[in-house]
Design a protein around this ligand. Structure first.
Ligand code: OAD
Length: 237
């Protein structure tokens, strides 16, 4: 079995990290065009840094929940029986890794990394970013930003993701609203490839009609149940 799993902000909600489009979501309270675009960063880097510094602090303080842990267990169970899991996340947090997932593709980048817009140096960074801080590599100031994807920018690793989707025989989307492309289009690609598609979410997403099957509830409950089901079926093979 080649399993492709796409995760979104909903999987980290029970770890205390806010989602974007739920009633109290970040993009209901803040304008993403003023905070999450290259133009916003050019216009007011201090405001953009202040927003992402708070989010970074939240990620550092958060702990993985039962859904992250279940996916880490699934990775090792599948590997033990010669099957494969491609875990693709839109999340910029590191909760999958801290739960024990060994291979995670971050299509929207990582908030715990910085990138220099001048020399393109990237490195681990858990600290606040400020405009006056020089790039540790080229020493220019005003060039450091979070190594994440903003609106209007190309998501990362799309070739690898497309290839994994094309060899998958089951596609599962967890905790994502289906509002942001290209990730929102993965279910359509999976369907074109003729594979089964499953949505695990708190409530039906924008894309709900495109999935063959669905289970609705908090990720911390329904993801472990899904993983138990896959593992039980494997044991019966
Ligand atoms: P959204 O906030 O758009 O959607 C989160 C989804 O998670 C919603 O469908 C919720 O119903 C669901 N949800 C909330 N709590 C949940 C829980 N406890 N268990 C299961 N599901 C739950 O977040 P994304 O779809 O991840 O991009 O958003 C996609 C992208 O838009 C993000 O990666 C971000 C944002 O702009 C960038 O930052 C580049």
């Amino acid at each position: 079995m080649n399993l492709f799993i796409l995760t979104g902000a909903g999987i980290s909600a029970e770890s205390g990290l806010g989602t974007f489009r739920d009633r109290e979501g970040l993009w209901r309270r803040f304008d993403p065009m003023r905070l999450a675009t290259p133009e916003a960063f050019a216009a007011d880097p201090d405001e953009v840094h202040a927003f992402y510094n708070l989010r970074r602090q939240g990620v550092v303080a958060a702990r993985p929940n039962a859904a992250h842990e279940a996916l880490a267990r699934l990775e090792s169970e599948l590997a033990a029986r010669g099957d494969d899991l491609f875990l693709c996340t839109q999340n910029v947090d590191d909760l999958h890794e801290r739960a024990g997932s060994g291979s995670v593709t971050h299509m929207h980048g990582k908030i715990l990394k910085s990138r220099c817009t001048a020399c393109l140096d990237t490195r681990e960074n858990r600290d606040d970013l400020v405009t006056e801080e020089p790039c540790p590599a080229c020493r220019r100031t005003g060039t450091l930003r979070p190594d994440i994807v903003w609106f209007g920018e190309m998501p990362m690793h799309l070739d690898r993701i497309g290839a994994a989707l094309d060899r998958a025989d089951l596609f599962v989307a967890i905790g994502t609203s289906g509002a942001v492309y290209p990730a929102a289009g993965f279910v359509a690609q999976a369907r074109r490839n003729g594979i089964r598609t499953l949505e695990l979410n708190l409530e039906p997403s924008d894309n709900a009609g495109s999935f063959d099957d669905a289970d609705y509830g908090p990720a911390g409950t329904i993801v472990p149940a899904f993983v138990n089901d896959i593992c039980r079926r494997g044991a019966q093979k």
